[in-house]
Design a protein around this ligand. Sequence first.
Ligand code: PLP
Length: 413
Amino acid sequence: MSEYCERPAYTALAKEFGTPLYVYSKADLDEALLAYRSAFSQLNPLICYAVKANGNLSILQYFAGLGCGFDTVSGGEIARVLQAGGSADKIIFSGVGKSEAEMVFALQAGIKCFNVESLPELERLNAVAGRLGKVAPVSLRINPDVDAQTHPYISTGLKANKFGIAMSVAEEAYRYAAALPHVAVTGIDCHIGSQLIALEPLIEACERLLHLTDRLAEQGIALQHIDLGGGVGIVYRDEQQPDLVQYADAVRRLLDGRKLDLILEPGRSLVGNAGVLLTRVEYVKRGEEKNFVIVDAAMNDLMRPALYQAYHAIENAEDKGLPEIVADIVGPVCETGDFLGKDRRIAAEEGDVLIVRSAGAYAASMAGNYNTRCRAAEVWLDGSGARLIRRRETIEDMLANELCCFRQPERDK
Ligand SMILES: *Cc1c(COP(=O)(O)O)cnc(C)c1O
């Protein structure tokens, strides 16, 4: 974390913009992107920021301005990138379930590459492109069958996962793709999981993909790029921060002497620690067995603890010298799984602002309206101050698409 945003006036921001509130720091985004750029400088990779980590238009605009491409997983995300001014020829389209309509949209936009995950998808893409009189640039997402050693819900590179084409049939799939008239085979890709702390699985995946690339070259199928996906972990608590320089050096050695462009798709490691979630304490409820600090943010604002038992550091924005208690920090949603932190040492009283750390990735982008809760506002923080980049949702916004299909009963006067 940069000095500047170590302790910005979080309490003042909470007062000005309300809570819950996501706050993103430009300095931290810059630092994270620079870490990639300098580690991989000799390889000059196209860094395709994974939009699903945080798709706010201003954030996309900012990355686009810095020359990044984008990794997307839906037509909606492609539309977001285009609206933010990202160029189509730097958009990668990933995902196991691309619909026909999404393919049409992406082909018409002229994206850089479809990362295809199955043979039926390849067939459909070939047919859709043919109908439009286009040729779709494709990479096949290979499942390298390595264990990413992360939470099972965010592990994607094992045989048992739904993602990618198995290594054992990859060559055959490439030969099949190469013979299709409306797709052009341009690359190879993988993405083995998220929040990876160990680099070995990433490096091993790269090795396996290159081995396959060599066998394909022998058969006359020459690829232009290799895309290693995202997945580099961040520090939420006490994890060992993966060393990007070490990763880059290993990749450089493996790519040495080959004419392959490198693409990376980092999401979490670019934005995760550039954001915090501010939340206000509603009540401190002391129980016989447990204490609860009940706050105004909930699992609909930050789903990671409920979904993956994820840890987020939580602290009081101000040190007022209150006594510490051990408490679960929970939201107002009617689910026992609705917690932001369990058994935390915290000194807080009603009205205090708490900082939930590492909330830049998979927080706002996973937010929903469960319990008919409005989605929170988002703020961009840089040297010139704080700017609203998403206004707080209103109850009217939430109800706007719903229809009352029954006639209203006559009301008593
Ligand atoms: C989610 C995803 C990413 C980004 O993963 P991070 O762990 O956030 O870096 C990259 N590529 C694909 C295909 C993804 O699904």
